[in-house]
Design a protein around this ligand. Structure first.
Ligand SMILES: *Cc1c(COP(=O)(O)O)cnc(C)c1O
Length: 235
């Protein structure tokens, strides 16, 4: 992108978060902007970092590890893994990320727990919920949630922070808001037992306002910051 365009987009998204928080009587500091940098070059991430952005979301392990290496001079950067997880990738994820949003089965949680290096703090985890019950999508159902949350809350090297979801696209604000409301309610039920659970990872470029209306604490924004993605270079 041309000079400073990414910085300008971040400023616009931050402004939109503030407006949305004002509208729904929320503190703007309660919403973290996660810049989703999958398929984008390390230089785009550096530009965002220079504009004050610290949290970055990545979906493809190998691509992300290469960029992390190039960007190892950037202080204070937080890497979030948000893509589907194969079990042979858990070790590198446990070693190189601060957050994992896409945990959707016990086996993966167990491996991340066992492989989280001793010298690092517990890995922050969100459970991915298949809120629109799409067959093609990863995630557990809300019915499966309480039991899995109970087990994962016992794993010492993980810190279960909350829930993540990617609802099916919807074309009205009210239709976007509905699945987010169900997630918000599910988190509140868990919080009665586990008050440390504080995270709703919901809202992307197209449905951010509806997610903030329903209590999002992390919005995952790619396109609105970095522009459209080009997948043709990926194998
Ligand atoms: C790609 C991706 C995003 C960002 O989506 P945009 O529509 O580009 O904002 C958010 N969350 C997940 C899990 C993604 O894979």
């Amino acid at each position: 992108m041309p000079d400073n365009q990414i910085a300008g987009h971040i400023e616009q998204v931050r402004h939109q978060i503030e407006q949305s928080c004002a509208q729904y009587q929320r503190n703007p500091d309660s919403v973290t902007l996660l810049a989703v940098s999958k398929t984008k070059p390390a230089e785009a991430i550096r530009e965002a970092w220079q504009a004050g952005q610290r949290d970055f979301g990545e979906n493809y392990l190998q691509e992300s590890l290469e960029k992390q290496q190039v960007l190892s001079d950037l202080d204070d950067i937080q890497w979030h893994f948000i893509g589907p997880i194969q079990s042979n990738k858990t070790k590198a994820i446990a070693e190189h990320f601060q957050w994992v949003h896409s945990v959707d089965r016990l086996k993966i949680a167990q491996r991340l727990n066992d492989q989280r290096p001793e010298g690092l703090p517990p890995l922050n985890i969100c459970l991915q919920i298949n809120i629109s019950a799409e067959e093609s999508k990863s995630g557990i159902t809300l019915d499966e949630l309480p039991e899995l949350a109970d087990i994962i809350n016992q794993l010492p090297r993980l810190k279960l922070r909350g829930l993540m979801a990617i609802p099916a696209p919807a074309n009205s604000f009210e239709a976007q808001r509905q699945p987010f409301a169900a997630l918000n309610q599910a988190l509140q039920q868990l919080q009665a037992k586990y008050p440390h659970m504080d995270t709703l990872s919901i809202g992307m470029s197209a449905d951010m306002d509806a997610a903030i209306a329903e209590g999002s604490t992390i919005v995952r924004i790619g396109t609105a910051i970095f522009g459209a993605r080009d997948y043709s270079q990926r194998q």
